[in-house]
Structure formats: C-alpha cells, structure tokens
Design a protein around this ligand. Structure first.
Ligand SMILES: Cc1cc2nc3c(=O)[nH]c(=O)nc-3n(C[C@H](O)[C@H](O)[C@H](O)COP(=O)(O)OP(=O)(O)OC[C@H]3O[C@@H](n4cnc5c(N)ncnc54)[C@H](O)[C@@H]3O)c2cc1C
Length: 472
C-alpha cells in the first residue's frame, strides 16, 4: 500500500525575473548564448532552463565557505531528471565540466566549476511509501522530515543542520549523533538513481559497483538524481542532556561508555573556549514517547555539571536552522577542518590541537568532537581510520573577512591535516584543507585503484565535479 505524500517546489520557480534561456553553444569559445550564431550547436530541448544571467552565475560562484569563487558559464535549472541526463550527455560530447550544487554548503569550492552548474533545488519531490522515502536529490533533509513526520516516521540519521540537500550529503557521507546506531546517512540508502558522466540514467542498489562508487563519492562517478531512503518510527520528543566537564578525558570516557552500551539515541560533544581554557561538553539525547529515568541515563558517567531540557522532536532536529540561516547572509569566511581520528590517538591529538588553538582562530564557530563505531560504516568511499571507534573532530571556524587571517587558517588546516595523517587519521572532505599532490591517493588508500577504474568507466572524460580536485 502506498501511504504517499508528494512534495516539491514549482519547477520554474527558480528562473529569475528577466533571465534569458540559453539555446546555443559555441564549441570553440565554450560560450552559451540566447541566440544561435553560425557554427553554434543547438542546445538539446530541456524541460527546465539553462541560464546565464549574472545573479544565477554569481550564486553558483560562491558557497558557505566564502573562500573559493569560480564563476560557471551557465546554470541549469532542471525541469526534470531527464534534463540532467540530457545536459550531462551534451557536456560529455563537448568536454564541458559539470557540477551539481545542492544548497551550496560546501566550504572550499567543492560544488563550483567554470563549466555548467546544475542547481538541484528545483528537483525536490518527496514520496513516502511504507518505511521508505523516495526523494529527489535537491530536497533538503528538513523537507524530508516534514514529509515523513505525518506518517510517524523520520530518517534514522540527521545532520546537525537539516537545510542540506539529500544529494549533497549522500555525496559526502552525512554524519550526526545517531551515527553511533545507524552509520552515516549513506548507510541508510536502499537504492539510487544516478546520471553517469556519459549522460546515462541508471538505477543501482547495494552490491552494485556504481552504488558503491557514488555514495560518499564526492560527485566523481555519477550525479545523484533520486534516492530511496530508510525511515524509522519517529518518537514524540527529545530529552537533551548536556554535561560539562573540565577535563577532555572525562568527556571522551563518557562518550566511549555511551556508544558501547547505546543507551542514548544520539551522542555528540563540543569543545568551547572558557577563561583561557576549554569546556568539554557532552551532548546526549534520549528520544522518547515516555520520559526516560534521568538517574539511569546518567549512571556510571564521570561527574560533571548537568543540564536537562525537553523538546518536541521537530524542534530538536531544527535546533540550529535559524542560526545557520541567519549567519549565511553575513558571508563570513568558514575555513573548516573535519578529521576522523582513531580512538587510540584521539585524546592526545585533540589536547595538542586545543593547546595551540586561540579563540580568534575559531571565531564564532563551534568545535565538535564525538565518536561512532566503525562497524556501522558500510560505504567504501567513506574513508575512516582503521579503528573500532572513530572520533569526528570538526573545527568549524567562522571568522571575520580578513584575507590574511583566512590564509593563515588555511595553512593551519594543512599543517593539522598532515599531523593527523601521522596518527592514522583521515579527513571528512567537506572542509577547507588546501590539497597537495598525492593527497587523494593516500586518502583512498587500498580503494584508490578502484576509484581510478570507476572514474575511467563512469566519467571517462573527467567532466564531473572538478571542484573536489580529485582527478585533475
Ligand atoms: C551549517 C552546516 C552544517 C553542517 N552539518 C553537517 C553535519 O552535521 N553532518 C555532516 O555530515 N555534514 C554537515 N555539513 C556538511 C555538509 O554535509 C556538506 O557540505 C554537504 O555536501 C552540503 O550539502 P549541500 O546540499 O549544501 O551540498 P553542496 O555544497 O551543494 O555540494 C557538496 C558536494 O556534493 C556535490 N553534490 C551535490 N549534490 C549532488 C548530487 N545530487 N549528486 C552528486 N554530487 C552532488 C557537489 O558538487 C559538491 O561537490 C554541514 C555544513 C554546513 C554548512
């Protein structure tokens, strides 16, 4: 039985007033235009629009990081999944670079290209059927929650900020406090519909080579157009426990205990500057229909300063939405670094990072630190350290518009990344770490030959998602 709800934005809503649709391409000058000149190629018929108006190009030339800026020659506002296949097929034939931009929350130009940007936002339909949601890639996780909750369902893993696109997080991983139980968002996908770098529209599922390549594949092997996602029963409320410790070792000991016994639905943690030192804050959440016993929930944890609050589930999942949406228009640089650390080296590494870090180098952004068990990760392209327990360390710097400071922080990110490699860490590639030759081969390790083969098979002209800088 289909228990369906279909939500989606008007396909044409995104066409800016006064924007003129492109009809021709000059293959010599690599230019798109609204009028065909002799020698130009006709752009294939599209259900949506290909545009070159300055507003659309300017939006596609920036992202949340406000550090990298590359202006595309055109932006596709797709009217259908077919449009993406048609455009990529055309781009393949004429060697034009293409990248999808979801919500543009990358921090270092990962969704940018000098070729054509596909704005996935018009493709945002959601259908809920049984315990599965079929979601077009441009839908946000927040929209999916809104579609699933009336059915008493929710996605098993949510990112902290839910204004990210489904295609965007499935291309990188999608981690959150529930990853201790369910893995990353890529581990909750049943099936994908993908446009490969030759313009072929393909469905794939677990066990298929393309499925393994595309999930957390950083847009290199195919563009996700639709995903079939697991849903789980939604609890009514969230009880949020914050326990502040003066010592880092108390925080990580508490987190290790909690992910071992799994008593909480969600486990994260933050490091916040206080009076010349750091507060180490456990954030653990119990989802409930019947309120949990606080004494039992906190039993056996190191003693710290406890705060407890209750929120309806939707309010909890939305907890940072207003803040992020208010900060973004300020266009502050966000030179983020996100590392996956092996358990055995986490405390020492984090302590050494904190010893060198000043509040100025973090700005207003938070620092996250939380663990998940490696066995929950099934996507082979998501590279995590060889350790039963892996910690995410995210330094989400948000600093004033000061080019010299940003340059310094990018160099700091590079130095910290190199230091992390020595302890067997990997990067979660959503941040701003300047790349050097050999980085990606080292990042993928034993998976690298397969990645090279997959690129040659699915995107032989290397047109997809150049902003990741993987296959130059
Ligand atoms: C405020 C904020 C909070 C965040 N919180 C979390 C968090 O809690 N957990 C977490 O894991 N991450 C988090 N992130 C990082 C986020 O998951 C990634 O940056 C994600 O890629 C952003 O999604 P987007 O829709 O904005 O993608 P974009 O920035 O638009 O794209 C990201 C990359 O994916 C590619 N891409 C996008 N859509 C597709 C598609 N359909 N097919 C193929 N490739 C595609 C792009 O080309 C680009 O390379 C956060 C980011 C921000 C800014």
């Amino acid at each position: 039985m289909v228990r369906g709800v279909r939500m989606g934005m008007g396909r044409r809503r995104f066409l800016a007033a006064g924007a003129v649709a492109v009809v021709a391409f000059d293959p010599i000058g690599m230019r798109w235009s609204a009028h065909a000149a002799p020698g130009d190629l006709r752009v294939p018929d599209l259900d949506g629009e290909l545009v070159t108006d300055p507003a659309a190009l300017a939006e596609a030339a920036e992202d949340y990081g406000q550090i990298a800026h590359r202006t595309p020659r055109a932006v596709l506002l797709p009217g259908s999944v077919r449009d993406i296949a048609v455009l990529v097929g055309f781009a393949h034939r004429h060697r034009i670079a293409v990248a999808v931009r979801g919500q543009g929350h990358s921090t270092f130009g990962q969704a940018q290209t000098a070729g054509v940007v596909i704005d996935s936002r018009p493709l945002s339909a959601i259908t809920v059927s049984g315990r599965t949601a079929v979601v077009e890639a441009g839908a946000t996780w927040g929209a999916l929650i809104d579609a699933a909750l009336p059915h008493g369902l929710t996605p098993p893993v949510m990112t902290d900020y839910v204004g990210l696109s489904v295609g965007g997080t499935l291309s990188v991983g999608g981690i959150g406090g529930a990853s201790q139980h369910h893995g990353l968002q890529v581990d909750t996908v049943r099936q994908l519909e993908v446009v490969t770098g030759t313009g072929e529209l393909v469905r794939c599922r677990r066990g298929d080579r393309l499925f393994a390549a595309v999930l957390a594949g950083l847009g290199q092997y195919g563009l996700i157009t639709r995903a079939w996602l697991d849903l789980v029963p939604a609890p009514a409320s969230a009880r949020v426990y914050k326990v502040t410790y003066t010592r880092l070792s108390d925080l990580t000991a508490a987190q290790r205990t909690l992910i071992r016994d799994g008593r909480f639905s969600y486990v994260e943690g933050q490091l916040a500057p206080v009076d010349g030192g750091w507060a180490h804050i456990l954030e653990a959440v119990a989802y409930y229909d019947t309120p949990p016993d606080d004494t039992a929930m906190l039993a056996g944890l190191p003693t710290g300063q406890v705060e407890i609050a209750d929120l309806p589930l939707r309010a909890w999942l939305n907890r940072v939405t207003d803040l992020v949406d208010a900060i973004r228009p300020l266009k502050l640089p966000n030179p983020w670094i996100n590392l996956f650390l092996p358990d055995r080296a986490t405390d020492r590494f984090v302590a050494s990072v904190l010893a060198d870090l000043t509040p100025t180098e973090v700005g207003g952004g938070p620092i996250l630190l939380y663990p998940f068990p490696r066995k929950r990760v099934s996507a082979p392209m998501l590279r995590v350290p060889n350790s039963d327990v892996v910690f995410l360390l995210s330094i989400l710097r948000s600093v004033p518009q000061d080019d010299a400071l940003v340059r310094t922080l990018l160099a700091d990110n590079r130095a910290m990344y190199e230091k992390s490699l020595a302890i067997g860490a990997t990067q979660y590639p959503i941040g701003s770490i300047p790349a050097e030759p050999g980085d990606w081969a080292r990042h993928y390790g034993a998976r690298y030959p397969q990645a090279v083969l997959d690129k040659a098979t699915y995107d032989p002209r290397r047109i997809l998602t150049p902003g990741q800088g993987i296959f130059r």
